[in-house]
Write a protein that binds this ligand. Structure first.
Ligand code: HEM
Length: 446
């Protein structure tokens, strides 16, 4: 070992016992950004007894996610609430994870995703049919509702119109509770009678009952309707075994949670940025008019809508729905001259890297042109990683990008939005980055 390996990465001085937890919990995003600027691409903070190393160089991100991913596993930092996530794809590990990932991967292949396109467009149109010219909408709520309906229809072939709102409400409670626990220094077990736990347990029972109903309906149908759940019910492993109901339940919950809010946030922030940047809006409308000329968009149109994609890509740079990817080191590693000891928590933050002036000129500016394929300023591969990377790359990334572009192209053709207020946007970074008070925009029919 060289002498540099024995040194720990630089970082802010902490308080006794709690380390840097106070500042981190108050405003994690701004705090981490400041720390990266002050201490560099490898730095550490301490949260209680846990040392957290933040790596912000694209090569180091690639090291952890791709080239040396066998030295890391999903972090205990985010693996809380087994009662909700169970042994689903998000947090399972090793051979079990690999088996499940292989079983589920075909459902997310581009061809399969293409077959969901029509439903994505139709559900968007149905939602907008209830909007009125000049009304103020909380576009965050609207996109949450829409993305939930899309997940229900495409992945579970369930309309359950009455249940959609119930699921939305129940998921909100669960995600709120999981998120609150994620940043709480003391963890209470689920049975501990705090008011949060009571709400959590009641919501979990409700969600499990709905999912049981969806699964048993599918079992009764005995046909593969092309949705994910039908496929999961029918796929067999090489050894002929099928997924148990418990495992199906876990995968369904994981997909609901991973696939619903992330896309809704992408869309909500895109609408906000568009309302704030009329010049971009004009260019977007030009592209939509030229390619679609008022027609309902289809999957085939997507490749002819490059600017639409650039707008969404840039929105996800500025507001990556998942702000942090966490890993625990499994075996001793070395990165950039620093030793990474087993059990160290490693944080790779799309938020911090996406806002880094080393990779993006004027990083705070909303500039979809950065993503123009002819751009002379290439962006390093892992300076942009809203979907993570490597083996554990988001399984829904193609689904998400198809959904975001189709919904956006469908709605932006007929509607535009202006700001309903000039209040600064307050962000709540839990597992995702949510707008604290929603996003209120005035809808205008085009
Ligand atoms: C814009 C939308 C989305 C974003 C930003 C996003 C982001 C991410 C990220 C960063 C990861 C990696 C986490 C890690 O490595 O620790 C991930 C994993 C995952 N995502 Fe997504 N996601 C999105 C949409 C979706 C959708 C639509 C689905 C499913 C319908 C989905 C399902 C999953 C699953 C199951 C995993 C775990 C994969 C595994 O570990 O094998 N995501 N996502």
């Amino acid at each position: 070992m060289t002498t540099t390996q024995t040194t720990v990465p630089p970082g802010p001085k902490g308080e006794p016992f709690i380390g840097n937890a106070r500042e981190f919990v108050q405003e994690p995003l701004a705090y981490l950004q400041r720390c990266a600027q002050e201490y560099g691409a490898i730095m550490q903070i301490r949260l209680g007894t846990t040392a957290l190393y933040m790596l912000s160089h694209p090569d180091h991100i690639e090291h952890v996610l791709v080239t040396h991913n066998d030295r890391y596993k999903k972090s205990r930092f985010t693996q809380r609430r087994k009662s909700l996530f169970g042994n689903g794809l998000l947090f399972s590990e090793g051979d079990f994870w690999l088996r499940q990932r292989r079983l589920m991967q075909p459902t997310f292949h581009a061809k399969r995703v293409a077959s969901y396109g029509t439903a994505m467009v139709q559900l968007s149109q149905q939602m907008a049919a209830n909007w009125h010219d000049g009304e103020t909408l909380n576009i965050h709520d609207a996109m949450m509702q829409l993305s939930l309906e899309i997940v229900l229809k495409t992945l579970f072939d369930t309309e359950l119109a009455d249940d959609a709102q119930k699921i939305g409400r129940v998921l909100n409670i669960l995600i709120d509770q999981v998120s609150a626990a994620a940043v709480r220094p003391i963890q209470f077990p689920d049975w501990f009678p705090t008011s949060g736990n009571r709400q959590y347990n009641a919501a979990l029972a409700e969600l499990d009952a709905i999912i049981r109903q969806i699964i048993s309906e599918h079992r009764r149908r005995e046909t593969d309707n092309g949705d994910l759940l039908s496929m999961l019910l029918h796929v067999q492993d090489e050894d002929g075994s099928r997924m148990t109901d418990k495992q199906l339940r876990d995968e369904v919950v994981n997909l609901y949670i991973a696939g619903h809010e992330t896309v809704a946030l992408t869309l909500a922030y895109t609408w906000l940025l568009l309302a704030e940047h009329p010049d971009v809006e004009v260019k977007l409308h030009e592209e939509l008019e030229q390619v679609l000329a008022g027609r309902t968009p289809t999957m085939e149109d997507l490749q002819r809508l490059p600017y639409t994609e650039q707008v969404i890509t840039e929105a996800m740079r500025l507001y990556p729905p998942v702000w942090g990817v966490f890993r625990d080191c499994k075996v001793a590693d070395e990165i950039g001259g620093y030793a990474i000891a087993p059990k160290t928590v490693v944080l790779l933050s799309p938020w911090v890297v996406h806002h880094d002036a080393q990779y993006y000129t004027e990083p705070e500016a909303f500039r979809p042109e950065r993503w123009d394929k002819a751009s002379k300023q290439p962006i390093p591969r892992y300076a942009y990683f809203p979907f993570g990377g490597g083996q554990r790359l988001c399984i829904g990334n193609v689904f998400a990008m198809v959904e975001a572009r189709l919904v956006f192209a469908t709605l932006a053709q007929k509607w535009r939005f202006t700001l309903a207020s000039h209040e600064p946007l307050e962000l709540v970074p839990t597992i995702t980055i949510r707008p604290k008070n929603g996003i209120h925009l005035i809808a205008h029919r085009r």
